[in-house]
Ligand binder design. Structure first.
Ligand SMILES: Nc1ncnc2c1ncn2[C@@H]1O[C@H](COP(=O)(O)OP(=O)(O)OP(=O)(O)O)[C@@H](O)[C@H]1O
Ligand SMILES: [Mg+2]
Length: 310
């Protein structure tokens, strides 16, 4: 559904995208992950034909984004970052106006508008002015618009930004609901956000592609296990080296314990090995847990791998 090759975008002298390539299959829900300024919105704006690229190619549903923008636009429902909505229109009128722009058949538009309002949970504010809605409701009006024409590809730029936890949950449900029927591309700088909604991730950093693939496989690289054992710091360090489970950090704790953090580089769960080994040495073990990796851990592990595995 999406084929991007060597995509590069310069804003003046600033390189916002630097040779990014990735692809998305039909029906996939793909997360676009990266910190502020990584180039997520820039890529989305190029894919949705709103801005031109400096070089490279991008295709949506087989059509070149630069050569056939009208065909590409018909295929896409896009909710931009900080979606600018007309504040002086009522929700249903706005969606009616959008349906006209998207050339929805007249007879079907009203029915479809009701459907997306239900789906995005804005039916109860259909008659309210957009300017009077809370941010969360406005966000969902933007989503309703993106879904309106039943596009093959839905592009949502930070759909949960600024929402409260309940709204975040309902948007997540909605996104999961779209899976299978649509191809969905969602951007976020929050790892857990993407983890809950996406099958696959594309990770950008400073305009470059850092990694792409199944999130659980990437996360396994960033796995960390913590063990607290009662022994001396020197013995714990030696033990950690012998275990050879990956990079280990040992820090002394009050009460004669040592906190050992193993940056686990394998997909296997190493807790069993650690437990057995501590047991063998007769060391009391008071904590053994796997840490949920943060986006930061993932970046560190991915960039470390690139720089030749220090
Ligand atoms: N119109 C513009 N003119 C100049 N530079 C821009 C423009 N738009 C974006 N940039 C720069 O390009 C880089 C990528 O920006 P982009 O908005 O794509 O990042 P992002 O990953 O969406 O970040 P965020 O998480 O903050 O939304 C940033 O360094 C940004 O400052
Ligand atoms: Mg952005």
């Amino acid at each position: 559904m999406i084929e991007v090759q060597h995509l590069t975008k310069h804003y003046g002298k600033h390189v916002a995208l630097d040779g990014v390539s990735f692809s998305v299959d039909p029906g996939e829900v793909v997360g676009f992950l990266g910190p502020n300024g990584a180039g997520k919105s820039t890529t989305m704006r190029i894919l949705t034909t709103f801005i031109a690229a400096t070089s490279g190619t991008a295709r949506v549903g087989g059509d070149c984004v630069f050569e056939q923008p009208a065909r590409v636009r018909k295929r896409i429902g896009y909710m931009p970052e900080n979606n600018p909505l007309p504040l002086d229109l009522r929700v249903s009128d706005y969606l009616g106006f959008r349906a006209e722009l998207k050339r929805l058949a007249n007879g079907k538009a009203a029915e479809r508008i009701n459907e997306v309002m239900e789906q995005c949970d804005v039916a109860d504010v259909a008659g309210r002015f957009i300017g009077q809605l809370s941010r969360g409701y406005r966000q969902r009006v933007g989503m309703a618009d993106a879904l309106l024409a039943k596009p093959d590809l839905i592009v949502l730029d930070e759909p949960t930004a600024g929402l409260d936890p309940n709204q975040v949950r309902s948007v997540r449900h909605l996104i999961r609901d779209l899976a299978g029927r649509h191809t969905v591309l969602i951007s976020s700088h929050i790892l857990s956000e993407i983890e809950m909604t996406c099958d696959r991730v594309v990770i950008l950093h400073d305009g470059r592609l850092l990694a792409s693939g199944a999130l659980d496989e990437l996360m396994a690289k960033a796995n960390a296990v913590v063990a607290e054992v009662k022994t001396t710091l020197a013995d714990a360090k030696e033990w950690a080296t012998e275990l050879a489970l990956g990079q280990a950090e040992c820090v002394e704790q009050p009460g004669g314990y040592v906190h050992c953090r193993f940056a686990n580089t394998t997909t296997d769960d190493v807790r069993e090995t650690i437990f057995a080994s501590a047991n063998e040495r007769g060391w009391p073990l008071r904590e053994l847990s796997r840490l949920a990796p943060s986006l930061e851990d993932l970046f560190v592990s991915l960039t470390r791998g690139r720089e030749g595995g220090e």
